[in-house]
Design a protein around this ligand. Structure first.
Ligand code: ZN
Length: 137
């Protein structure tokens, strides 16, 4: 596994994006909406990894719930794997609690799945598999 990205929960994507652009000294941002998770994302590439600023688009987004409970901050750490389904099976067999029993689609043309922070020292862990690029991307 290697680090894919950090997800940071923010209330105001625009101002957070300006702040992180200043912090990281970069201006190249990727924008995306992930309907499945009811979030809007602005991400910065840092070497092989990304920082993803994540703003909820709806009150029942998991990010809304996180912001209400914990406030802004690091939401999850994502590890890149070759095969999410295979890793889920391996980790389940080792006693980890899964949030997602099967992979679903994430940002940047990926398949993702979350592990429950109860079984990972309070850290929300995402597994992330890059899919082959589609035509025209
Ligand atoms: Zn993520």
């Amino acid at each position: 596994m290697k680090i894919s990205h950090f997800g940071i929960a923010v209330r105001d994507l625009k101002s957070a994006e300006q702040l992180f652009a200043k912090l990281l000294g970069v201006s190249d941002t990727h924008h995306e909406e992930v309907a499945d998770q009811k979030v809007r994302i602005a991400s910065f590439e840092l070497g092989d990894a990304r920082v993803e600023l994540t703003e909820p688009t709806s009150g029942d987004s998991p990010i809304s719930k996180f912001l209400d409970k914990r406030g802004e901050g690091i939401h999850h750490v994502a590890f890149e794997v070759e095969d999410v389904a295979k890793e889920l099976a391996r980790l389940k067999a080792q006693g980890f609690q899964l949030i997602d029993e099967t992979p679903r689609s994430g940002s940047h043309n990926t398949l993702i799945a979350f592990l429950h922070p109860r079984s990972t020292n309070g850290v929300l862990v995402e597994l992330c598999q890059n899919l082959p690029k589609k035509e025209g991307q």
